[in-house]
Design a protein around this ligand. Structure first.
Ligand SMILES: [Zn+2]
Length: 307
């Protein structure tokens, strides 16, 4: 048995929650690499048992991500689908559609079949939803949910852990009235709310009655959303790859090759990107190449698991 731990310590203040979580993810990767020095099967172990991250919750000027994992010598092999390559499906989800007008429009203009997660508080959300449906995309509500970082702006429309279950239902109800034609929901931010079992249970129960699925954007590794969805019997999925943690053409290209690798290996992959120049320009070129490579672009709803 080996215990691995690494600490990521940043002396500066980060107001950007995503950036903060990205660094925490890097800490996990570092822990995985260290673990592999001790045990070559550690990667498989971590895939099934992601290390837990801890954030201070008091608005301090730093954060640290202690990562601890116990590696046991007897592990099940990762089961790969032998038919995966013949039927590999890929869902591409674009989050935050609505705020950046130029690149939101470019996201809507992508070849048919991507999934657009629209921000309910964007000014032209109804108009965008209509155009996206006509273009042949699937729509989901990019539902603002409370993050660990207390300084974020949610456009006055967010599900918070401080809400009673009734208030949470009312807030979600208001969000669902902002546009039409959606099939599911994913979280905008949400590193705090997706760890709150009661809030998740309440939301999942509402989604079930409305026949909507939940895509966990997985902004934090300790999200309880998948387990709660299993319990409630709600169709759900979990994001595999973020396409643009770093806003560079090199990062996006590497992330897209990672999407192909995962799809070829496991038969499916779910990627989330944003309305940014590097991401959308890469997708404009990459999406038309999928068919020849043996991949099928599918709407998100085709890759949800029904418990
Ligand atoms: Zn978002």
């Amino acid at each position: 048995m080996i215990v691995v731990s690494t600490y990521l310590f940043d002396p500066f203040s980060y107001h950007d929650d995503i950036k903060r979580e990205y660094y925490a993810e890097q800490a996990v990767l570092k822990a995985q690499q260290e673990a592999q020095k001790f045990d070559p099967v550690a990667e498989d172990y971590f895939t099934k048992n992601p290390p837990k991250m801890v954030y201070p919750d008091n608005g301090e000027m730093y954060f640290e991500a202690p990562v601890e994992a116990v590696i046991e010598p007897t592990l099940d092999p990762v089961i790969k689908d032998p038919l995966a390559k013949r039927s590999a499906k890929i869902a591409i989800v674009i989050d935050d559609v609505g705020m950046n007008r130029k690149w939101s429009k470019a996201s809507i203009d992508l070849p048919a079949g991507v999934t657009l997660a629209l921000l309910p508080y964007a000014d032209k959300v109804r108009e965008d939803a209509k155009a996206a449906r006509e273009r042949g995309h699937e729509l989901i509500i990019h539902t603002p949910m409370e993050a660990m970082n207390p300084d974020l702006d949610y456009g006055g429309m967010s599900l918070m852990t401080s809400m009673s279950l009734k208030e949470l239902s009312q807030a979600f109800d208001k969000i669902t009235q902002t546009f039409d034609g959606y099939k599911g929901v994913n979280n905008h931010m949400g590193s705090k709310l997706t760890q709150d079992e009661d809030a998740m249970r309440q939301l999942m129960s509402i989604l079930k009655t409305r026949q909507l699925y939940f895509l966990d954007s997985k902004t934090i590794h300790t999200s309880v959303a998948p387990q709660v969805a299993e319990d409630v019997g709600l169709p759900y999925a979990v994001r595999d790859v973020f396409l643009d943690h770093e806003d560079t053409p090199e990062y996006v290209a590497h992330a897209l090759s990672e999407v192909e690798r995962i799809a070829a290996e496991y038969g499916q992959a779910i990627a989330i990107g944003h309305p940014k120049e590097n991401t959308i320009e890469a997708l404009q070129k990459w999406l038309p190449t999928l068919k020849d490579k043996g991949f099928e672009l599918v709407p998100m709803s085709e890759l949800v698991v029904t418990p």
